[in-house]
Design a protein around this ligand. Structure first.
Ligand SMILES: *[C@@H]1O[C@H](CO)[C@@H](O)[C@H](O)[C@H]1NC(C)=O
Ligand SMILES: *[C@@H]1O[C@H](CO)[C@@H](O)[C@H](O)[C@H]1NC(C)=O
Ligand SMILES: *[C@@H]1O[C@H](CO)[C@@H](O)[C@H](O)[C@H]1NC(C)=O
Ligand SMILES: *[C@@H]1O[C@H](CO)[C@@H](O)[C@H](O)[C@H]1NC(C)=O
Length: 394
């Protein structure tokens, strides 16, 4: 029998100190003991600390559902709540025990699995996490009934949001695990049309294998429905028939990332209205880089501020800069070339950078890392970046 620790009898100052030291799972467990304990857990850290400290708060839909959390103060660890349904045979919740003594929750070596209630119809049988060293994952198993799992999960997410002082941030949807209707229902639930209802900020769509034509249809439907304001990440590979549609990104997001951007044409890319764009596996070539140089130098400014492009082929940025006739026909553009070696671990890559300062004061920085990774940054006013680009002031 483990000796019990009178946590709630600690002096307030000490109790608060303890709350700052315990793991996120322990914090959640304590917060569920009583209204008062929840209040203390919520107040343990300031709102700003919570906001800065929460690096990930994701609801993941794959074959199962999971809530994934990552914190600055436990940088290498992921805290995962896995949702499981009670076996269908007797689909009634087991003994409905109320949380009693805090210590009993943390006792190791449970002989018989007995369930304690977490929220409404969500149960847990042990608060001792399963640790996976290979993935640095700490997980707890939650149980619920089949029919109310979304509702129960959402009530629990609200509880987490409340004590962590941050809303659910990302939906990670492995859409190939579900039929179209289910996918649509998930997106509509977390990205509602109703302005009053808070939407989740970011969406990650993941395809385990390359799309079939049916998968393309699902992706098309989801892209039209989603309203991710912060980050939209598409880790899926549509077929070659998949076409860009301006409706997809009409609700401007801050960041857009695609692992397979072969379906985005260069002109569609130029017109995009997202602050930061990352296009991997694009079909763009040296000719497109030349065009980008030429367009910038002739006075065009994109709506985006930064773009990362993985080119289709090895490109020579010097040649592109030269052939777009940088120096001759655009004499009003001041050009500065930089070259450096970037070292990460054992690899060395060459980084070449062209800073192009236009007479309207706008600065475009085009860089190439290695053979294929291109970057483009737009600085609307070079005078605000004097320290970064001193060569335009010598
Ligand atoms: C939170 O982050 C902001 C900006 O990154 C920083 O200025 C502030 O000091 C941080 N606050 C805390 C409490 O860590
Ligand atoms: C999203 O786009 C629709 C259609 O353009 C527009 O009516 C709506 O106001 C936008 N919502 C947000 C949050 O930007
Ligand atoms: C580019 O495509 C390949 C092949 O599908 C894939 O393995 C790779 O992860 C993609 N690149 C990125 C950055 O996602
Ligand atoms: C580009 O032009 C500059 C000067 O006009 C020249 O020194 C340089 O060798 C050229 N580079 C390439 C790759 O053509």
């Amino acid at each position: 029998m483990p000796s019990e620790f009178p946590l709630f009898l600690l002096p307030m100052l000490v109790f608060n100190r303890v709350l700052k030291l315990i793991t996120p799972f322990e914090l959640v467990a304590i917060s569920l003991c009583s209204k008062k304990s929840k209040m203390f857990c919520k107040a343990a850290r300031s709102q700003l600390q919570c906001k800065n400290g929460t690096k990930e708060f994701t609801l993941k839909f794959f074959s199962k559902k999971e809530i994934r959390l990552k914190f600055e103060y436990y940088p290498s660890m992921e805290w995962v709540f896995k949702l499981e349904c009670f076996p269908n045979i007797n689909n009634s919740p087991p003994q409905r025990r109320v949380l009693q003594k805090f210590i009993s929750i943390f006792r190791r070596n449970h002989q018989t699995p007995s369930y304690t209630r977490v929220t409404n119809d969500l149960f847990i049988n042990t608060w001792v996490p399963t640790e996976d060293d290979t993935t640095s994952e700490n997980s707890l198993q939650l149980f619920t009934t089949e029919e109310c799992q979304t509702l129960n999960m959402n009530l629990f997410i609200l509880h987490l949001s409340d004590i962590l002082n941050v809303p659910l941030d990302t939906i990670e949807l492995h859409f190939q695990n579900y039929i179209q209707e289910t996918n649509e229902r998930i997106i509509d639930l977390y990205f509602p049309d109703d302005e009053e209802k808070p939407a989740v900020k970011s969406l990650t769509l993941i395809g385990k294998h390359w799309n079939t034509p049916e998968d393309d249809e699902v992706v098309d439907s989801l892209l039209r429905r989603q309203k991710a304001r912060n980050k939209l990440k598409l880790l899926t590979r549509p077929t070659d028939e998949f076409k860009f549609n301006s409706e997809y990104f009409q609700n401007k997001s801050n960041q857009l990332e695609m692992s397979h951007a072969h379906w985005v044409s260069f002109s569609e890319f130029l017109e995009m209205n997202t602050v930061e764009i990352s296009l991997f596996n694009s079909t763009f070539t040296s000719d497109h880089l030349k065009l980008l140089f030429a367009k910038w130098n002739s006075g065009w400014t994109p709506k985006w501020k930064a773009a990362l492009i993985e080119f289709f082929e090895a490109v020579d940025i010097d040649q592109c800069a030269n052939e777009s006739n940088l120096i001759d026909s655009f004499s009003n553009v001041r050009v500065h070339r930089q070259e450096k070696i970037k070292r990460n671990q054992n690899e060395e890559t060459k980084l070449i950078r062209y800073c192009l300062c236009r007479s309207d004061g706008k600065l475009g920085v085009v860089s190439l890392e290695g053979d294929t990774q291109g970057y483009f940054h737009v600085f609307p006013d070079v005078t605000l970046n004097m320290l970064r680009f001193p060569h335009f002031y010598q």
